[in-house]
Every structure is written in structure tokens, then in C-alpha cells.
Design a binder for this molecule. Sequence first.
Ligand code: UDP
Ligand code: MG
Length: 321
Amino acid sequence: MHPRLSVVVPMYDEADVLPLFVEQLRPVLDGVAEVDGAYEVVAVDDGSSDATPVLLQRFHREWPQLRVVRLRANSGHQAAISAGLAAARGDWVVTLDADLQDPPETIAQMLAVTREQDVDVVYGVRTDRRSDSVFKRTSAKAFYGVMRAAGATDIPSGAGDYRLMSRATVDAVNALPETHRVLRLVVPSLGFPSATVGYSRKPRAAGRSKYPLAKMVRLSVDSLTGFSLAPLRLATWFGLGGFVAAVVLLGYAVVSKLVGGTVAGWTSTVAIVAGVGAVQLLCLGVLGEYVGRIYSTMQGRPTYFVAYDSLTGPPDRDAAP
Ligand code: UDP
Ligand code: MG
């Protein structure tokens, strides 16, 4: 029997928060089930190395609706959500974090919206981010500012990865050929009718953030290169600017040679060489990011491998390839 609602939860080393998460999520979903019908929780274990898999097995035994999908290696937040979306069977699919920053009660509100309005996506938008660090808030603001300037104008302000999607939306996401998807940008770009529900962002209930700076930078670069050619165009403008500056400098050099018989010194030469070198390297880096993206899309390798799904059992190792 296929469930009405799938709840996709990416988890990486979340053993500290998992019992609390299950304790808070379960009553919400049991309540929702009375109105909306059966549900499944797709817990995507993103290659955790702590007690997460052990705990998940235990919870799976006492809570049959909890389904465990384990990835072979740590593949990242977005890949883990993608794996969950591919596995989910529900007519509606909601994605949320395991650390209780996204309060489970909001799921019921999101479903209520779909009963009142004819929408395919309900975004959870953070009305209150006081619990996030100043750095997180500032960097998020800068990120969305840049993305909007670069053309991704349809992202609802304050939306993250807490959202409810219809089957049609999930199928559309699953069918995308892109491998390195940034879902919070991909979903709005599909253009399905949508609504928003506000929620107050809670502090992480336990454990530590799994989003170090390097992962945040990776997400930003993936977002920008996946959604916009603006950096490439910027590189062209840098080139044009450099060309104009070169012509002016050349004119100046020739004139001062004719007038004074000499060209002013060392500092300007070093400045020019260093400046041009820096701009060239920057532009090469930008180009490299796009080439890398083309390369990985061409290869078409999945960004994750499922090692185990409690619904179907482990993959048969002896099966002929
Ligand atoms: N996560 C994941 N794989 C990763 C990093 C994070 O599945 O490589 C999960 C994590 O377990 C959590 C969600 O993604 O459920 C968001 O991560 P986190 O709360 O650490 O990020 P933050 O809220 O600090 O941005
Ligand atoms: Mg978090």
C-alpha cells in the first residue's frame, strides 16, 4: 500500500538528536495520519559513522513506518535529500532536517494549506532566525542576495529545505539530469504553483552542525554555477575592462616617453603584472567551475549510492551484474 505522505529526513551523524527527533516527530505524524492517511518516514542515513545506523534500526523495529535508507558514503545534505526523494512513495513528500531546527508541527500546517489551496509546493519560510548565528544569517542573506541578482528571482525569501511537494513536483525533480542539484533553487525554478507557511527556526536540539564552512562554500558555488552564467559574463567584463585600461596605460607610456624621455618605474609595472595575473587566475577559476560542472554532468555518475533500504532489504550482492 502506498502512503499518502512521505517524510524525508537526511541524517549525518545525528545519534545525539535522533531519539528526541523521533519522540517529537512521531506524535505529529500519527495525528496527521488521522486526517490525511498513512505515512512513511524515509530516514536517509548519509553514511554516518556514529551510532545513527544502530539507533535507526532500533527505531525501525518499534516504529514500522520508519524506513531506513542507508547511503554507502557521506554524500552531502543535498544528495541525501535527493536519495530520499527518489525513494519516497507518498502522494506528498516533505523534507526536513533531523536536528529539530525545522519544527515537525509545521508539517500539519503545510498539509492544511494543500487542502485549502490548489498548490503543488508549500515552502516553510523562516520568520524568526534569531537562533541562527550572526554569521549564518549574514552569509545566508548575502547568498540569496547574490542568487537573486544572478537571476534566480523566484526563491521565496527565507525558504530553506523544509518544504512539502506534490508527487508531480517530486517526479519532476527526480527526472532532472543535473547531478549536483541545489534543491532550494531547483524546486522554485520548476514553476509549480506554491504557497508558504511561516515557522520559527529553532536552535539545533542536540549535536553539532554538519555544515562546516567548506560545505557552505561548495553549496554556494554549486548554486551560482548551476543557476547563472553571470560569473562567466563578469569574466568577460573583467577582460574588457583590462583591455581598456591597457590601451590607456599604453597611451600614457608612449606620451611620457616622448615628453620626458623616460617611463615611470617599478611600482606600476609590478602592480600591473600582479593585477593582471590575479584577474586571469580568477577568471580561469570561474571557467574551471563551469567546465567541472559540464564534466560531472557528462559523466552522469550518481551523487550517492544506496547501500540498504529497509523496505526492500539489502541489495543482492550475488546477483549477476
Ligand atoms: N546532513 C547530511 N549530510 C551531510 C551534512 C548534513 O545528511 O553531509 C544533514 C544533517 O544531518 C541535518 C541536515 O542535513 O539533518 C542539516 O544539517 P545541519 O543541521 O548540520 O546544518 P545547519 O543547520 O547547521 O546548516
Ligand atoms: Mg541544522
